[in-house]
Design a protein around this ligand. Structure first.
Ligand code: ADP
Length: 421
């Protein structure tokens, strides 16, 4: 194993050009898909990226994009399972001289959704880690089985290579019990491991750190509210680099209004739907996770389409937008109170990075809290972290693009470097 722990930029040129193991493959395995990126950790640059979807169907699709030059390649043909998917990915990478057997590959970093209370940090995977991820399946029935399949497949392909699990929940394990516990019977909660775990942790970690950097400060010196607004959406309160509260809970259903999820709701709605609506548990699960949120309110979950409809005077789209913003404002207020002092609010993910009207509406009317958005700055588009608050604002409001793959690769490489130092 030749992984190197030094940050690349600190390496002299002659060392940088040597064939060190500096590449990390990041795998995000879903039930019928695998997303991947290959990064070079000397500078965090991307060498390749791609996606296999509809695994197990006749029309499986693999899209591979070499990022060092060359066209994207796409194939539509049956890919029976994750093993076949990963072999197909390896074959595509090999065409560009980036195969999984390359000595330059230092490790594979796997996104794992649920690490429970056990995994507070990225972890090199061995049999006991696999067993623990498996033990957590009851609290993550949709995600952990697929993540495990991806890991096992990758381990079979490269048994000698360090494989690292990076958990979506890990960043939130610093939440105090007062934020992590539901106010239900303690014995029942403990027996079924019911507590608030939170998700999108890799993004909240990356964005809160990048926000501190944007302010020119160390993460331990700033308090940040991170608003990760994608199709799934979550907020977090980060004090001095540590998460103290987040909006998702036992599952990603809690919290903000999302593309297709309801977010917060009186749990008695569920009893009502069962008793009065005659709905089954599975039907209610589907209703709240897949047919609620923006799509349930107005029939669209894409914020671009919703804004287009709002601009045309569509009342349903307007109401959906208003409910979305109302919930967002409530969380900003709540986390302001939790933190006591806020240095920055960071908007990230598809909606947060792109939808200026969402940012403007969420901050509107909060001047008394030191919060404001400068409409010219807010209208600027770009890929770089940037401030959108007026120069003299007490609290910075920022747009900070997230990069979960880079964060997984960075955490993976740091760990593999450390363990081989
Ligand atoms: P996820 O990873 O949860 O699937 P993303 O972070 O990629 O989601 O965000 C996807 C969402 O971002 C889309 O559903 C859409 O609502 C929103 N989005 C993407 N681009 C824009 C844009 N230019 N303007 C407004 N919303 C956008």
């Amino acid at each position: 194993m030749t992984a190197h722990s030094s940050p690349a930029t600190a390496l002299p040129d002659e060392v940088r050009s040597a064939p060190l193991a500096t590449r990390v493959l990041v795998l995000n395995s879903g039930s019928s898909s695998v997303k991947y990126q290959l990064l070079d950790m000397r500078d965090g640059s991307r060498l390749a990226a791609g996606l296999v979807e509809r695994i197990g169907e006749e029309t499986s699709r693999l899209k591979h994009t070499p990022l060092t030059g060359g066209e994207s390649r796409e194939q539509i043909a049956p890919i029976a399972d994750h093993e076949a998917a990963l072999k197909a990915v390896a074959a595509e990478l090999a065409k560009d001289g980036l195969g999984l057997d390359s000595p330059e590959l230092a490790a594979i970093g796997h996104r794992v959704v649920h690490g429970g209370q056990t995994f507070t940090d990225p972890t090199v995977i061995d049999d006991s880690v696999l067993a623990e991820i498996e033990r957590l399946i009851p609290v993550a029935p949709l995600h952990n089985p697929a993540n495990l399949t991806g890991i096992r497949t990758a381990m079979a392909l490269r048994p000698d290579l360090p494989q690292v699990a990076v958990f979506d929940t890990a960043f939130h394990t610093t939440m105090p019990e007062s934020a992590a516990r539901y106010a239900i019977d303690v014995k029942t909660a403990d027996e079924h491991r019911i507590r608030r775990y939170g998700f999108h942790g890799t993004s909240h970690a990356y964005v809160s750190r990048a926000t501190a950097e944007l302010l020119g400060k160390a993460p331990q010196d700033v308090n940040v509210i991170v608003l990760h607004l994608g199709n799934g959406a979550s907020a977090s309160a980060v004090r001095g680099g540590r998460c103290v509260d987040t909006s998702m809970g036992l599952t990603p259903l809690e919290g903000l209004v999302m593309g297709t999820r309801s977010g917060d709701m009186d749990p008695a709605v569920i009893f009502h739907l069962m008793r009065v609506g005659g709905m089954s548990t599975d039907e209610i699960d589907t209703l709240l996770n897949k047919k609620s949120g923006l799509i349930g309110l107005c029939g669209d979950n894409d914020m671009r389409e919703i804004r287009r409809r709002v601009d045309e005077g569509d009342e349903r789209a307007r109401l959906a937008f208003d409910i979305y913003i109302h919930r967002l404002k409530k969380y900003i207020g709540a986390y302001y109170a939790v933190l006591g002092r806020v240095d920055a609010i960071a908007f990230t993910a598809g909606v947060g990075e792109n939808a200026a009207p969402v940012r403007e509406a969420a901050i509107a009317g909060l001047e008394e809290l030191g919060l404001a958005v400068d409409s010219d700055l807010n209208a600027v588009r770009g890929d770089e972290p940037r401030l959108i608050s007026p120069r003299d604002a007490r609290v910075a409001v920022a747009v900070v693009p997230t990069d979960e793959e880079l964060e997984i690769a960075t955490q993976t490489y740091a760990l593999v470097g450390e363990s081989n130092a």
